[in-house]
Ligand binder design. Structure first.
Ligand SMILES: [Zn+2]
Length: 120
């Protein structure tokens, strides 16, 4: 999608601080972190929102969650984390964020684009 922020990040048209990438997903540090660890994980395939998910996307969603789990382990977020799924405004796409909360709680935001979209 030409006008999609996350597709632009995937294409490298908008720079990002990448922490993980494979053929299906891209993970990068949030530009405006709300916690010491705040990583967004987005699918390389454009998915407009959770509402637009199709049955064949289930594996991709599972892969996003797996990636979040691995990143949380890599980051030493051993005290647990929270998984949150939002459908953002402006047709916010699906993705996931790993957020290390200030204390012992860790948060993951799936399809959370508030962090990205709320800046404009
Ligand atoms: Zn997109």
């Amino acid at each position: 999608m030409d006008n999609c922020l996350f597709c632009k990040i995937v294409r490298g048209e908008i720079p990002s601080s990448r922490v993980y990438e494979d053929d299906k997903v891209l993970a990068f540090n949030d530009i405006d972190p709300k916690a010491p660890t705040h990583i967004l994980i987005i699918p390389k395939k454009h998915i407009a929102s959770i509402a637009a998910l199709e049955d064949q996307d289930c594996e991709l969603v599972a892969h996003i969650v797996r990636t979040a789990k691995q990143l949380a382990a890599d980051k030493g977020l051993d005290n647990g984390f929270r998984l949150v799924a939002n459908t953002g405004r402006d047709g916010g796409q699906i993705g996931a964020g790993v957020i290390r909360a200030p204390r012992e709680c860790f948060e993951m935001a799936a399809a959370a684009f508030s962090a990205a979209y709320d800046r404009d």
